[in-house]
Write a protein that binds this ligand. Structure first.
Ligand SMILES: [Ca+2]
Ligand SMILES: [Ca+2]
Length: 525
């Protein structure tokens, strides 16, 4: 059936049954103020996709335990400490040890691929006592140099005894490794690093997109409970799932770690009675992970079939993964133990065909449980997203981060899940109760999205794009609009994400202009 573009757009945006009443979803305009101008680590010439972004901030995390500092990671290499009280920004670690750079890792790779470099940082829940935190960065094994950290310019880092791990194998050609490291700072009262590092794991990645990504601990877990210090890891599919080669099935295969949510215990001394030591001897695997007893399956897997679950967050004890789609659907997914989200056999609530186009689901909606390329064990029904939007005008290109708002500043956002589209810089919220209701095994039911406007510098904007564009040019950026491009955003990308501080209040950061802005209030009509 041939449909007009307008009809297709309409169907992509509103063809889903909506849940709940229309009340309690007021139009909201967020009031933004500049918070931090990040040091320029990119190029001003505007050329290229990622190197023309002024500062590729990928997350900000507040130190646990009532401290007043953020850790801020820039994909280009620096991990900063940002003091909230003084606004002092200190380079704490620099991961970029490539030729002519003074940082730690000689094989560090950050150019090409939107999320490559120093991808993520997360605090151990017991950080106040043990000084531990975790990072993910990307390496290119073929690059010259040692994979052992270089402490030449970081005298506080003790690398004696540091050993790399054997990468978890991924079928297909390999371009990069995602590396997870545990850091222990013996004095967290200062802004310098003194202590040691331990490589926990590395995972082979087929291409330069969708790497090992977000790290998250359940914030509701308390000491003495099974979930305490259990780490959830979002691992992208490394670009495998859109390939026409055999690696297309990697996100579905239980013998691979890519296209998965992984769950491990970083500390070998934690939960020793209810877990087992990993193959590489560096971390533990909880006995209640869903595939520990399936021969051939990777025991680290918690959930599977996700293309690029690059952002993890918790809402009332539920893990949520925002996953970037291929050609059609951007999704937020409530993550259940052992669930299969269908990729690369499904995208959003549709079937994904081998030609990478989507079509309606089959009458009998089942997919094989694939242990490897040759072995499967029965069939299962896929699990479907609770939020999705299309690659259409008014939609976007790539879902960014999201959070259940738990702050005090904007009462109208309480109970709402707020999230961005990366390239267009649109911001929406969905009612969290509707998301829970949409988690009903019915692919057609989805939570409604409500677009948020932005007030900045006395003007109101529909998206973050013009906000970032002004700052980009004011900071000397030479691209006529913004660097990069995408299907819906066109020339230029806002590259915007939302973040929260320890009190649950909102920040919005954008890579192309290298700015962090604070949500200082909101107008509700
Ligand atoms: Ca220190
Ligand atoms: Ca549903």
């Amino acid at each position: 059936m041939i449909r007009t573009t307008a009809a297709r757009i309409a169907s992509l945006l509103i063809a889903v049954p909506v849940l709940g009443a229309a009340a309690d979803s007021p139009p909201i305009t967020l009031e933004l103020a500049d918070y931090m101008t990040m040091p320029i680590t990119g190029l001003l010439d505007g050329k290229g996709q990622t190197d023309g972004m002024l500062a590729r901030v990928n997350s900000l995390r507040e130190e646990p335990g009532g401290a007043t500092r953020f850790f801020v990671n820039d994909l280009n290499g620096p991990l900063y400490i940002l003091d909230k009280a003084t606004k002092k920004l200190t380079t704490y670690l620099d991961f970029n040890g490539r030729e002519k750079h003074d940082g730690i890792f000689h094989k560090f790779t950050y150019e090409v691929g939107y999320a490559n470099g120093l991808v993520s940082v997360q605090f151990d829940p017991d950080y106040r006592r043990n000084g531990r935190f975790y990072t993910v960065h990307i390496e290119e094994p073929a690059l010259a140099g040692s994979a052992i950290p270089d402490a030449t310019h970081l005298p506080g880092l003790n690398v004696r005894g540091y050993q790399t791990t054997t990468a978890i194998a991924t079928p297909g050609e390999i371009q990069r490794d995602g590396v997870l490291i545990e850091w222990t700072d013996t004095n967290i009262a200062n802004a310098t690093f003194e202590g040691s590092a331990r490589e926990l794991l590395r995972i082979q990645l087929n291409t330069r997109i969708h790497p090992l990504a977000d790290l998250s601990f359940n914030p509701a877990a308390r000491m003495g409970t099974d979930e305490w210090r259990v780490l959830y890891i979002g691992c992208g599919d490394g670009g495998s799932g859109e390939s026409r080669l055999a690696m297309r099935m990697n996100p579905q295969r239980l013998d691979t770690a890519v296209g998965k949510i992984l769950r491990i215990i970083p500390d070998l001394a934690e939960h020793t009675a209810t877990s087992r030591v990993s193959d590489n001897g560096r971390y533990r695997i909880p006995n209640d992970n869903p595939f520990v007893s399936m021969p051939g399956a990777r025991q680290e897997i918690w959930a599977l079939g996700l293309r690029n679950p690059h952002r993890l967050t918790w809402a009332d004890g539920q893990l949520i993964a925002n996953s970037i789609g291929l050609r059609t659907w951007e999704t937020a997914n409530i993550i259940h133990k052992g669930a299969n989200y269908g990729y690369s056999l499904r995208e959003g609530n549709e079937l994904l065909q081998p030609d990478n186009k989507t079509t309606k689901l089959p009458d009998v909606d089942k997919i094989p449980v694939m242990v490897s390329d040759t072995e499967s064990r029965g069939e299962i029904v896929p699990t479907y997203p609770v939020i999705q939007y299309g690659h259409v005008p008014g939609g976007g290109d790539a879902i960014g981060s999201g959070f259940l708002y738990q702050g005090k500043l904007i009462p109208a956002l309480r109970g709402k899940y707020i999230f961005t589209d990366i390239s267009t810089g649109r911001i929406w919220y969905a009612d969290y109760k509707e998301m829970l209701a949409a988690d009903d095994k019915d692919p057609k039911t989805l939570a409604r999205m409500h677009e948020v406007k932005i007030s900045f510098g006395g003007k109101v904007y529909e998206t973050m794009y013009p906000v970032a564009e002004q700052a980009y040019h004011a900071r000397g950026g030479k691209d006529p609009d913004l660097p990069g491009r995408a299907f819906i955003s066109g020339d230029g990308r806002a590259d915007a994400h939302v973040a929260v501080d320890g009190a649950g209040e909102l920040y919005i950061f954008s890579k192309t202009d290298g700015m962090i802005r604070q949500v200082v209030g909101a107008r509700v009509q």
